[in-house]
Write a protein that binds this ligand. Structure first.
Ligand code: ZN
Ligand code: ZN
Ligand code: FE
Length: 753
């Protein structure tokens, strides 16, 4: 008998519920190997035995040819004594120890399932819950691990014999597809008294008549209506109490999306990816979209259908739909049926629902592409990406929980080098969101077997996330400065420790000196940092009022720039601001009464936006800056001055004076905006280069919510390229506060002895 070789291999990563065992089974068959494979808490365990070269080939293909949803992190193989024997078996799951077997994110309907969905001969023809091993709901239906039907919200549906046959057959593409279902045994659709296909047709007709439909999706409810119907969209906007924030759209297919927005190949790929995010792209002038979908915005947020129900609904409606998260104003997305009815009853005319419960609510993810880069800019990381794991550059010796910040809140659990950042929770400003945060934390701790010994928080004492962290007893608390966390998050997602120089620009963050930071030049790494520079500080006249009323920032900046206690009310603001209020605010800026100092870059953008008369007041955070970016003339290369003073301040006073001069001279606002963006980009690059030279550093990090501004990011990266510095920007996590929790985790892990 020829020599036989037996190997035992452990496969770690996202390898359960993604068709990994059938993949192993098929590989073993191809290579004529005997043995077995099973799922356990750590992932997949297997043994193979046979011809040594065949075993070698088998191990090679194990991760190289892994199924699409699998994310193999590690394969550890050890030699075992040969046992002889024939045949390969998939054996029952073992259950003990702590779960490491990662749950995969929800995944868009695959091409095979789509084909069956629209095949009139298929037994799942037009079945809105079709799925397979390569696609369908995952994270949103999982109640616990190991990933198994009984621990999902599909537990209540008993498979019929046909479905059971597929589920048990290793050769079938639905082998162990936990949400496997069919019209005979699975979830069903309902709209009022109508069921199934009848409900679907009624929904399509209602949309055509301009009605507003609440649709139960993967991670929560959406509100849908005809995107071209001015009356329907306006009604949705007023019933939802949402004044200007753009609504996301769902286009039927790629060609429908192309008719709405300009798409480059990278963007088309993003749109069609399994994650199916909302892609923010440049609107086509001829896009057939009602004005109130995205007032004043040159961009539209577009996604493609990602569940079979969406495919059927879009097909039935035959038009592009508004598909916006179903919530009222700042509350989290609705996902429970009774709650949805109660909260959305006054908004939706009809409810298209089904009986598969959603366990974890997740909003749609939002991305934007950046010129010249393959990786998108993540604006909101949620459905489709979560709970995909991230790797920490340093080992966390003790399991930890990082609680994030306040706006665009996320949290992160970590142990060893593994970290899991939560879905987007929302702005942690009310009880609803906080309770969603709490239950999310509990779920992640169970799912990834993290019992935190360390709880990390922002330094801001008033954040609900900080208060939550401090209420956790029997743990060590660690505070991490906000902008340090931004810097660390970007370093860590690139697997780096620093030191680097970081330009961290955002709206607000609690500084070490208890003042409001937000335009920071930091030098440091994961363990610590030094504030090497900052934006010239001005007053925030009236505190939070100044965030809602950007004209106040214009006043504060003019006061600082002109050195006058009572700067003149500029012509561009005369229509929007009464002279008396202007004088009062100037007085606040002068005396500092109820007006803390701030180095916030976000507020400088607000000031310039107000000076250009774009946004004297705003309805949501970041609106003024977004609209300032939108009007910038991309062809303009001129710029205003902005230099780094010897004391480390980026002196934007000269920038603001130049803005005022141009406005007084009647220069087009599109040029003013572009020159301002170019000034910040060039000034930032020069400052980074100077600080890097001083510290002997070769890397610059750009992060913070202000860098969601694509024009600013692209221009700053260009200028930094001239300086020869290596540039790191956030890719897997948002530059905004959605990335803070991961940065906090990285800092805490690095500081552990
Ligand atoms: Zn599929
Ligand atoms: Zn069935
Ligand atoms: Fe921030």
């Amino acid at each position: 008998m020829a020599t036989r070789r037996r190997m035992r291999a452990r496969v770690e990563g996202t390898v359960q519920g993604v068709g990994f065992r059938p993949h192993v089974y098929r590989l073993a068959e191809v290579h004529g190997l005997a043995g077995w494979v099973l799922n356990d808490e750590r992932g997949v365990l297997l043994e193979v035995e046979g011809d040594p070269s065949a075993v070698e080939l088998f191990l090679q293909s194990l991760s190289e040819d892994a199924p699409p949803l699998a994310a193999v992190e590690r394969v550890a193989a050890v030699e075992r004594p040969a046992q002889g024997g024939k045949g390969f078996a998939i054996v029952a799951s073992e259950s003990r120890g702590s779960p490491d077997a990662l749950v995969s994110p929800d995944s868009a309907t695959c091409a095979d399932c789509l084909r069956e969905l629209f095949d009139s001969a298929d037994r799942r023809h037009r079945y809105p819950f079709i799925n397979c091993t390569n696609c369908g709901p995952r994270f949103t239906i999982v109640r616990g691990v190991p990933y198994d039907r009984l621990l999902t919200t599909m537990a209540g549906f008993e498979m019929c014999s046909a479905c059971r046959g597929e589920y048990d057959d290793p050769g079938d593409r639905r082998f162990h597809a936990q949400p496997n279902a069919c019209p005979d045994c699975g979830p069903s659709l309902r709209l009022g008294e109508s069921r199934g296909d009848e409900a679907l047709r009624a929904a399509g007709a209602a949309l055509g008549e301009g009605q507003i439909l609440a649709v139960k999706g993967l991670g929560g409810y959406h509100l849908a209506c005809d995107a071209a119907d001015e009356r329907a969209v306006s009604a949705l906007r007023s019933r939802k109490h949402r004044e200007d924030k753009p609504f996301a759209l769902m286009a039927r297919d790629l060609s429908a999306a192309r008719a709405l927005v300009e798409l480059n190949p990278v963007e088309e790929e993003l749109l069609q990816g399994r994650e199916r995010p909302v892609l923010v792209a440049r609107r086509r002038p001829e896009a057939a979209v009602a004005e109130p979908v995205a007032p004043l915005s040159p961009d539209l947020g577009v996604m493609l259908p990602y569940s079979p129900l969406h495919h059927l609904l879009l097909d039935e409606a035959g038009r592009t739909l508004v598909m916006t998260s179903a919530n009222v104003s700042s509350e989290p997305i609705a996902y429970e049926d009774d709650d949805a009815r109660a909260r959305l009853g006054a908004i939706a005319d009809l409810f298209l629902v089904h009986d598969r419960p959603i366990h974890m609510r997740t909003d749609d993810s939002v991305v934007r592409s950046v010129r010249g880069r393959r990786a998108p800019m993540m604006l909101r990381r949620s459905r489709g990406y979560v709970p995909g794991g991230l790797v920490l550059p340093v080992e966390a010796d003790r399991p930890l929980l990082a609680c994030g910040a306040e706006l665009k809140s996320t949290f992160c659990v970590a142990r060893g080098r593994r970290a899991w950042v939560s879905h987007h929770i929302g702005d942690l400003e009310n009880w609803e969101t906080l309770s969603s945060f709490r239950s999310g934390v509990e779920h992640f701790e169970r799912l990834f077997a993290v019992a935190p010994e360390l709880v990390v928080h922002d330094l801001h004492p008033d954040y609900l996330s900080t208060q939550y962290a401090l209420e956790r007893e029997g743990v060590q608390h660690v505070g991490v400065q906000h902008h340090h966390a931004h810097l660390a998050a970007c370093l860590a997602e690139h697997g780096e420790h620093g030191p680097a120089v970081g330009a961290i620009y955002d709206g607000t963050g609690y500084g070490l000196d208890a003042s409001v930071w937000g335009g920071e030049l930091l030098v440091g790494g994961l363990e610590g940092f030094e504030r090497a520079g900052r934006l010239w500080p001005v007053r925030l006249p009236g505190g939070a009022e100044a965030i809602r009323e950007p004209w106040r920032m214009a006043c504060a900046w003019l006061a600082a720039a002109t050195g006058e206690g009572q700067p003149a009310l500029p012509a561009t603001l005369r229509a929007a601001v009464e002279p008396k209020r202007w004088r009062q605010v100037a007085e606040l800026a002068r005396t500092g009464l109820a007006s803390p100092q701030t180095s916030s870059m976000g507020r400088l953008f607000d000031a310039v936006s107000a000076l250009c008369a774009i946004r004297p007041t705003v309805n949501y955070e970041g609106q003024a800056a977004t609209e300032l970016e939108a009007i910038a003339d991309p062809g303009e290369r001129g710029r205003y001055p902005l230099s780094l003073l010897p004391g480390g301040e980026l002196d934007a006073r000269e920038t603001v004076l130049a803005v005022l001069d141009d406005l007084t001279a009647g220069t087009a606002h599109s040029l003013v905006s572009a020159r301002f963006h170019n000034a910040i980009a060039a000034g930032t690059a020069e400052a980074c280069a100077a600080l890097a030279a001083k510290g002997g550093l070769d890397t610059a990090v750009l992060s913070g919510g202000v860098f969601q501004n694509r024009l600013l990011l692209e221009r700053t990266v260009e200028r930094l390229a001239d300086t020869g510095l290596r540039v790191l920007v956030p890719e897997r996590l948002p530059p905004n506060d959605g990335g803070i929790s991961f940065g906090q985790a990285a800092v805490a892990a690095a500081r552990l002895p």
